[in-house]
Design a protein around this ligand. Structure first.
Ligand SMILES: Nc1nc2c(ncn2[C@@H]2O[C@H](COP(=O)(O)OP(=O)(O)O)[C@@H](O)[C@H]2O)c(=O)[nH]1
Ligand SMILES: [Mg+2]
Length: 295
């Protein structure tokens, strides 16, 4: 990655004022959500790296990771604000691991979340108009919720620790308030795996929550791990309608299905382990974001 975080520099290509990581106030909020082990960390890291590169090359788009700002006390008891670039570090770590044939690290506890902002300058007859007049600002949040939080929020699990209940509640609040949701699904597990029943229950109750509280949200259903299906990917929208008719019936009206290839291919080692390739060749990873905010 060329540029990671240049919050204080103002240049032609990145001319807009940006909010900080904890600033909830401006722009629409978009949420990346995925069932446990769906490949969402892999997709998120690859997609973000790609998106940043596209934005850095464009005069009409700007991309910033949002630093996480919080207050700490020094040894004299004085308060000061520190900004941590957790998102850029997280993405870099994931990409570095994959370049070395390792998968991103598994989520162990509830993480505070990762975020970035994408801004698009409006155009009229192909000419960019001044940013003061029209700028689309979108904030994207990714929370690596542990599996248990999903079971509480969408699987009907009742007994849980306070931490997990808080994570589940956080997830529900975000689903209710998002302008758009990216739901990452593991195509292999959804249609072939042993966890089908459990996944069905979680997906159904997630869509029900959306229908009850946020039915005008845009929903991008993103199927990943597509290289497992060979050259011709099946029509997952049809498969989904056939295998999960009740969940399908709950889909919000602004829904679109996407197939993405975050790695392009995977390698199988001599002892049968599947690992990321040394050179990542992502395909179609930006399609869901392009549809969601239009650029
Ligand atoms: N074939 C294939 N497997 C993947 C891909 N991405 C992730 N995986 C597998 O799925 C596991 C979980 O991936 P991860 O991104 O950590 O999923 P998360 O738990 O949803 O964040 C990895 O350890 C890999 O075994 C992919 O693009 N293709
Ligand atoms: Mg993860």
């Amino acid at each position: 990655m060329k540029r990671i975080h240049r919050q204080d520099e103002g240049t032609d290509s990145q001319p807009y004022p940006f909010p900080t990581g904890n600033d909830q106030s401006s722009g629409d909020n978009y949420l990346f959500l995925g069932l446990p082990k769906s490949g969402k960390t892999t997709y998120f890291a690859v997609m973000v790296q790609h998106l940043q590169d596209v934005a850095n090359r464009s005069r009409h788009l700007s991309f910033r990771f949002l630093p996480y700002k919080h207050t700490v006390r020094d040894s004299q008891g004085n308060e000061k604000t520190v900004a941590e670039n957790v998102t850029s570090e997280f993405v870099r770590d994931c990409i570095d691991r994959m370049s070395n044939g390792l998968w991103p690290q598994k989520t162990v506890g509830y993480e505070g979340g990762y975020s970035f902002v994408l801004q698009r300058r409006g155009r009229f007859l192909g000419i960019p108009i001044p940013e003061m007049l029209y700028v689309c600002r979108a904030r994207f949040d990714y929370h690596d919720y542990p599996g248990e939080a999903f079971e509480i929020a969408f699987g009907g699990k009742a007994s849980a620790s306070e931490d997990m209940k808080a994570a589940a509640e956080d997830m529900e609040t975000r689903v209710k308030n998002a302008a758009g949701i990216f739901l990452i699904l593991d195509a292999d597990a959804m249609f072939g795996g042993q966890r089908r029943k459990e996944l069905l229950k979680q997906v159904e109750s997630l869509f029900q929550l959306i229908e009850d509280h946020n039915k005008n949200t845009k929903l991008a259903i993103v199927f990943d791990k597509l290289e497992l299906f060979g050259k011709e990917a099946p029509d997952f929208m049809k498969k989904f309608r056939n295998c999960y008719p009740n969940a399908y019936a709950f889909l919000p009206k602004h829904t679109k299905f996407f197939n993405v290839y975050p790695l392009g291919e995977v390698l199988t080692t001599d002892n049968g382990d599947v690992i990321p390739p040394t050179t990542l060749r992502p395909r179609a990873v930006l399609d869901p974001v392009r549809w969601m905010i239009g650029f």
